[in-house]
Ligand binder design. Structure first.
Ligand SMILES: Cc1cc2nc3c(=O)[nH]c(=O)nc-3n(C[C@H](O)[C@H](O)[C@H](O)COP(=O)(O)OP(=O)(O)OC[C@H]3O[C@@H](n4cnc5c(N)ncnc54)[C@H](O)[C@@H]3O)c2cc1C
Length: 530
């Protein structure tokens, strides 16, 4: 039996394998030469003390003890031929692609349809948003292969690890090209420069084992018969001559269209398929110089280059409502995440090295139905209409481009205009605007008070060099598509499986991937029962 040890290492000791063996040997009474294998299980950075240290949990294999690596998950896959069933998956985001991998494992054929482009072609459209302010409604930071998670920070932590097989999802990412460190790090992340390669490899696996992936296919209708979904209708986004619309038949449909597919919510409602409004959060993105965050968290300036860019996580209550930091991107960039012309939406991403001079984080307020009385006239779309209205207001304050409204943080809190703005990572550019008037009062006042409290929790947080950017509005879906808790099928439509973030069952790359896996298993068990 291997012995588990806890090792404490200074940053300069972390990649020193002889020293690691020596420290492990000291704890087990073995000599370093007697250690047959050292397996790292977990690694986390502890910056609470005077000097930051890494804490590692590892298994030490002594003489005669053999370490057996887990067999590759992909080795278990076999080509599928569709005889066990064909499943349409709408959306090639993490939920859709991980559902497809799981279906292959179960011998069912996944047919993935996405309105966007493949991960490489998508890059041109991201450049058009960044440089020319042109938003393609089918190919942007949210839509296209890999979904919203592709050109993101690629943070892979989740609080919902009880909801699925977290390790399996991480191992599949590694088997498709992510670094194996993500299996052991407490706060794993992949980075925007690495994620597209991983996504492309997943597509190749799907195709190799008999699945299909079709881009530029926007689902515009559902085929329904006697309370059951039998397929979908798509519209080609860039129609080839004579083939603009198509019907796709299947045994089941997994709907994994993400939190920004507003037309899918409208379609469900128009077809009489129940959907529900759901609480979400809305706010701003706050950007600081990375050196400021490093100096507070590590008490070093500049930070030891072996330490990762530091982050923070802050939360407080303001008048019975949570105000919290969200989706922090240390060493990252603020990006324009609108999915249609005429709106401003911001989000954050970072490269694997997290080496930009800026640290950005969403700071958002929970939005509950009682906040939205004036929007109740929109019925089930009250939250969605509210979200869209804020995004349009931010856009209308600008010059028609993707420049985003902003204020220095102390001015935002004081409710006054800034004379000028500090440097920022946001490529389209910022303009000074009265965010305290553009944001709905119940959001602004809580953000103002919450950010004031953050300033008491974190030294230097309220620096003049910090900038507040509007608006962080796509934190999660504003609607839920109901599903039965056991069958995971829509209660009113047999064969329809709402999945991932857009359906309201995930909030992030990993939780969406795990939901995809669960839903694929549910599709399979229903098929087996029938
Ligand atoms: C810039 C940015 C950074 C982020 N950073 C992180 C992070 O670091 N870590 C993290 O965990 N999460 C992050 N997120 C959130 C994360 O990306 C999402 O939670 C996750 O992608 C949700 O997965 P999903 O598969 O449910 O939906 P999505 O990823 O949204 O995928 C939905 C897919 O459906 C397609 N689609 C939509 N409508 C239709 C239609 N009518 N027909 C056909 N296809 C359609 C879209 O093109 C899209 O590909 C970030 C999001 C953004 C935008």
């Amino acid at each position: 039996m291997p012995t588990t040890v806890e090792l404490v290492l200074r940053p300069e000791e972390l990649h020193h394998s002889a020293l690691l063996r020596q420290k492990a040997a000291q704890q087990t009474g073995l000599s370093p030469g007697q250690i047959a294998h050292l397996e790292i299980l977990k690694s986390s950075l502890d910056a609470r003390g005077r000097d930051p240290v890494f804490r590692l949990r590892a298994e030490v294999y002594g003489p005669g003890e053999v370490f057996t690596p887990e067999p590759a998950l992909l080795d278990a896959l076999k080509p599928v031929d569709g005889r066990k069933g064909r499943v349409l998956i709408v959306g090639a985001g993490p939920a859709g692609y991980f559902a497809a991998l799981e279906l292959l494992e179960l011998g069912m054929q996944p047919i993935v349809l996405d309105r966007g482009k493949d991960v490489r072609a998508r890059r041109r459209d991201l450049r058009a948003i960044q440089q020319f302010g042109e938003v393609n409604p089918h190919s942007n930071y949210c839509f296209g292969e890999g979904g919203a998670g592709t050109y993101s920070d690629g943070k892979l932590y989740t609080r919902s690890d009880k909801r699925g097989n977290l390790r399996k999802a991480l191992r599949l990412l590694v088997e498709h090209g992510a670094k194996s460190d993500i299996l052991t790090e407490a706060h794993p992340h992949i980075g925007s420069n690495k994620l597209p390669g991983v996504v492309q490899n997943i597509r190749e696996t799907i195709l190799h084992y008999g699945g299909e992936v079709h881009f530029g296919q926007m689902v515009t209708d559902f085929l329904l018969k006697n309370g059951r979904i039998t397929g979908v209708v798509t519209q080609a986004v860039e129609p080839a001559a004579g083939a603009s619309s198509a019907e796709w038949q299947a045994d089941a449909v997994i709907l994994a269209t993400g939190h920004s597919a507003r037309d899918i919510y409208r379609l469900l409602h128009a077809k009489g398929i129940p959907i529900e409004a759901k609480p979400f959060a809305l706010g701003v993105r706050v950007e600081h110089p990375q050196t400021m965050v490093d100096s507070v968290q590590y008490r070093q300036s500049p930070r030891d280059e072996r330490l990762p860019a530091a982050s923070y996580s802050l939360v407080c209550q303001v008048r019975d409502r949570g105000v919290f930091s969200f989706c922090m991107c240390p060493g990252g960039l603020i990006v324009p995440a609108a999915t249609a012309p005429g709106e401003i939406v911001v989000n954050g991403m970072s490269m694997s090295r997290r080496d930009s001079p800026f640290a950005n984080s969403g700071v958002v307020v929970a939005v509950e139905p009682e906040d939205l009385a004036p929007w109740h006239k929109h019925g089930v779309f009250a939250h969605l209409e509210f979200q869209a209205e804020v995004e349009r207001r931010m856009f209308a304050a600008g010059d028609g481009s993707q420049k985003a409204p902003a204020l220095r943080l102390p001015d935002f809190i004081a409710g006054r205009m800034s004379a000028d703005l500090p440097g920022s990572s946001y490529i389209p550019g910022l303009f000074t605007a009265p965010l305290y008037e553009l944001l709905p009062p119940f959001i602004y006042k809580r953000l103002r008070d919450g950010l004031g409290q953050f300033g008491k929790m974190m030294r230097s947080y309220l620096t003049q060099e910090a900038v507040v950017v509007g608006t962080e509005s796509r934190t999660s879906a504003p609607l839920r598509i109901p599903r039965d808790p056991v069958s995971l099928m829509h209660p009113q439509v047999a064969g329809l499986f709402p999945c991932g973030e857009g359906a309201g069952y995930a909030g992030g790359i990993l939780s969406a991937a795990m939901d995809g896996q669960r839903v694929a298993r549910a599709v399979y068990s229903l098929k087996v029962e029938r």
